[in-house]
Design a protein around this ligand. Structure first.
Ligand code: SF4
Length: 241
């Protein structure tokens, strides 16, 4: 991974946005789904307001144990459990979450694509930040130091996944922080725990026996829109069976 920003240990982490739960008629071919997905993200990602979650201390980085979160869209039922778990875990207002759930698929099979911060190794959100409020830890987790954020929203525009939201009450931008508080306690992120169909697989890539390592090594789990050049370091997706 490469990040031109200073990597700081004293961070803070806040919250973010989104609605979803939308379950519409799924008539698009799977091949076109990602195009729809990102188009949907583009409209859904901006305009978050009034997020009341408190600042949180981000635990120490563990660079020797990079995390991985594989989202198996072929299993996702679109019930929004991950969206709501994220909201509750991060103390977000009703209707807000760090996860967007976008519908798609075919007439024969539904497909849902949950989108959140991809924790990019080349994060444009960090590049445009005038105060270095956004930065990446050595293990790839991209965080926002809300004490440094001036609320300019450049990062919201720069993120091609529209993964950021603006907290109008605090005047800062925030996003998924991988539930580092839970991870430090040996737990999985709240979205992973809430997904009863196993569409979210979380682990550490240093363990070749882990399910995430094997999914990534097999090539079945791939980054979302690699052509963006952002090099997602933690999130990968299984789109087709
Ligand atoms: Fe930044 Fe967006 Fe990448 Fe997250 S997904 S690291 S917010 S560019």
């Amino acid at each position: 991974m490469h990040d031109t920003r200073d990597l700081r240990a004293d961070n803070e982490q806040p919250e973010r946005r989104e609605k979803s739960h939308e379950t519409s008629e799924n008539t698009l071919p799977r091949r076109a789904f990602l195009r729809l997905a990102l188009a949907g993200v583009a409209t859904a990602g901006v305009g978050a307001k009034s997020i009341m979650a408190p600042d949180r201390e981000a635990p120490e980085s563990s660079p020797a144990s990079p995390y991985a979160l594989v989202i198996d869209a072929t299993k996702c039922r679109g019930d929004g459990a991950c969206v709501e778990a994220c909201r509750l875990q991060n103390g977000l207002p009703k209707g807000e979450s760090y996860i967007h759930l976008l519908p798609g698929g075919t007439e024969q099979a539904s497909l849902f694509l949950p989108v959140q911060c991809q924790h990019c190794a080349s994060p444009p959100c960090a590049t445009v930040c005038p105060t270095n409020a956004t930065y990446a830890r050595p293990d790839g987790v991209v965080l926002v130091n809300t004490k440094l954020c001036v609320g300019c929203k450049y990062c919201m525009t720069a993120c091609p996944y529209q993964a950021r939201i603006f907290d109008e009450d605090r005047g800062v931008v925030d996003k998924c922080w991988l539930c580092l508080d839970r991870i430090s306690e040996g737990k999985s992120p709240a979205c992973v725990e809430a997904c009863v169909v196993g569409a979210r697989i979380f682990g550490q890539t240093e363990d070749p026996e882990s399910q995430v390592s094997q999914l990534i090594a097999s090539g079945v789990a791939k980054p979302l829109h690699p052509e963006f050049g952002t090099r997602p370091s933690i999130l990968t997706y299984i789109i087709e069976e």
